[in-house]
Design a protein around this ligand. Structure first.
Ligand code: NAD
Length: 263
């Protein structure tokens, strides 16, 4: 591998950008001069439009692309529209994801398949269509997915989620092998407890300190006072991974979890 003179993070597509980690990533990349294609599902259309407006006020170009990442035709069209509107695609952040809480015994096939459709098929489709576009452009690129501390360590009550996030790591490693020859790196972030809607639970109030995130910590075997963080800590690692100087980092699922999982 070698640094590619022509690679620059000019245009990024972020899925699940309407809130939480995706939103923080979009804001951070915009601050660093990147134009943004913002994706989410119809439920978050308003939030997405507001974010696009905020990015335009920062002087960036921003388009909103409503699509369900688990549906192939929608992902294909989403990538095509991003390129049509913004001219190219240098960075794909396959961030969208969902969780399901149930024991294995109580997990239905429908719930299992829904989690896998969004977290695994959705990530694969975003990787696939972004990779195709970046190969065609011939200028390298960055593809980044969302794994989790739960993609490194099994936990009770979230088997479908854990298995899907382990799968994201396998997918990330395989694509990294395939795309090295094109100077496209493929990595994932593996967050610990980040304060977003995903880690809000009605059971938080029953835990020792009764704070947002406490139920997620309990699943990880952590006490209420264990570390948590705001989505900006993930935006920070993404900001680093999209820089041209990181051309030698690929196939990794980088833990950003306050030391919960140490490899
Ligand atoms: P979140 O629930 O706040 O946001 C997820 C976003 O994805 C939402 O905007 C949602 O509408 C969107 N989305 C859901 N299904 C979609 C679909 N089919 N197509 C397009 N968009 C869809 O969650 P978050 O905490 O911001 O998590 C972002 C990513 O980081 C997820 O993949 C999650 O699994 C992962 N992650 C989060 C944490 C955490 O502690 N919050 C920890 C580890 C990993």
């Amino acid at each position: 591998m070698a640094p590619v003179e022509s690679y620059a993070p000019r245009v990024a597509l972020v899925t699940g950008a309407g809130q939480g980690i995706g939103r923080a990533i979009a804001l951070r990349l915009a601050d660093e001069g990147v134009d943004l294609a913002l994706n989410d599902i119809p439920r978050n259309e308003e939030a997405l439009k507001e974010l696009a407006e905020e990015l335009r006020k920062k002087g960036r170009r921003a388009v909103t692309l409503i699509a369900d990442v688990s549906v192939e035709e929608e992902v294909k069209t989403m990538v095509e529209k991003a390129v049509e509107e913004l001219g190219e695609l240098n960075v794909m952040i396959a961030n969208a994801g969902i969780a399901h809480v149930a024991t294995v015994v109580d997990t239905t096939v429908e719930a299992w398949e829904h989690v896998f459709a969004v977290n695994v098929r959705g990530t694969m489709l975003c990787y696939k269509y972004a990779a195709g576009q970046m190969i065609k452009q011939g200028r390298g690129g960055r593809i980044i997915g969302a794994s989790s501390v739960m993609g490194k360590k099994g936990c009770p009550m979230v088997s479908a989620y854990c298995a899907s996030k382990f799968a994201v790591r396998g997918l990330t490693q395989s694509l990294a092998c395939e795309l090295a020859q094109h100077n496209i790196t493929v990595n994932a972030y593996a967050p610990g407890v980040i304060i977003t809607e995903m880690t809000r639970s009605p059971h938080d109030k029953d835990k020792a300190e009764g704070k947002h995130g406490d139920s997620t910590k309990a699943l990880l075997g952590l006490p209420s006072h264990a570390p948590d963080a705001e989505p900006e800590v993930i935006a920070s690692i993404v900001s680093y991974l999209v820089k041209p100087e990181t051309y030698f980092i690929t196939g990794q699922a980088i833990s950003v979890d306050g030391g919960v999982y140490m490899s």
